[in-house]
Design a protein around this ligand. Sequence first.
Ligand SMILES: Nc1nc2c(ncn2[C@@H]2O[C@H](COP(=O)(O)OP(=O)(O)OP(=O)(O)O)[C@@H](O)[C@H]2O)c(=O)[nH]1
Ligand SMILES: [Mg+2]
Length: 357
Amino acid sequence: MKTGRTNRNKFKKKAPETPAETPAPETGYVNPIQWFPGHMAKARRLLAENLFKVDLVVELLDARAILSSENPEIDRLLGSKPRLAVANKADLADPAVTSAFVKAYGARGVTLLPADSRDGSGVKAVRAAIMELMSDKLERRRERGMQSYTVKTMVVGIPNVGKSTFINRMCGRSAAVTGDRPGVTRGEQWLRVDDSIALLDTPGLLWPKFDERRVGLCLAATGAIKDDILDRTEIASFLLLYILDNYPGTLREKYGLDEDALLRAGDAAGDGSGNGADAENGAILSRLGTVGYPALEQTALKRGCLRKGGVADIERACALVLDDFRGGRLGRISLDRVNAESVAPETVPANGGSSND
Ligand SMILES: Nc1nc2c(ncn2[C@@H]2O[C@H](COP(=O)(O)OP(=O)(O)OP(=O)(O)O)[C@@H](O)[C@H]2O)c(=O)[nH]1
Ligand SMILES: [Mg+2]
């Protein structure tokens, strides 16, 4: 069987990701330097306009990519406003990594609660935490004889992270529109949970550390960025490489890949040996062409994604890998690990919390 034209050096030679004249899309990742200032300004505006109207902010993070999905300026933007972080889609993430993040955030003084807004697990705990955070204020009001009070809570986060689904779970009804693509919620909308809590649904906004290509790949892999914005071949190659490095045995089992041969080929090319540290510091990107892309080709061949003449159909293989990852069919995988930069150093486990290492 032929493998089609080998394209494994495409990632190495790639010049600055996208042409400067590419327009900044509403929820996309094109040229980070171009769109980031606009998006960050929009995020700042959204927070500034609403912050004085609310008692508390809930930042929804994607449990599979906690560092990539958090707003790097959130501490500064919120000031002293009480806040909670929710690791949503925890059903799809590596539970050991999620636990490591919960601990690390705690050490930083921020409550991080895992949740699955689809089946509702963890959502009650968020409600309880909101009331707990507001307990002093509510107590003071009671002392002054003021009875009922509705805690006004703003829900923010990147596109497609599950803000509207989470709000619907909290409300116990389908009050907000949801959808499996970024950019569903366009405007702001208040929704009442009960007499005690009202939630403000907001449009998803991207705010990654703008010069990090790895952050863009994580956000594209998890579905926060429209699929046609980044090169799907690169996203799928990144995913396969990351899974090879961090979840050994997974791709052998799911796609029949020869994991050892793929990793050996990467070593022979001298691009690094592929371990947790590589993944963490971004060196993983240098192995997209020597390990990630060959893994994608192998996936195409093993899973019968073929074009005329038995040539690997890379586009179909990309769709397969992305669908399987997003649907949780490759197992519970987390793309970001706790690292020393993001949290208090003493809370960083040696392996970032992976359950498979
Ligand atoms: N597996 C899983 N899927 C979830 C979870 N929460 C939401 N989803 C799915 O994620 C997709 C996006 O959900 P939305 O609630 O529309 O996301 P959003 O953050 O409001 O998106 P925008 O309005 O576009 O910014 C939908 O297909 C949901 O069913 C979760 O906890 N687990
Ligand atoms: Mg929404």
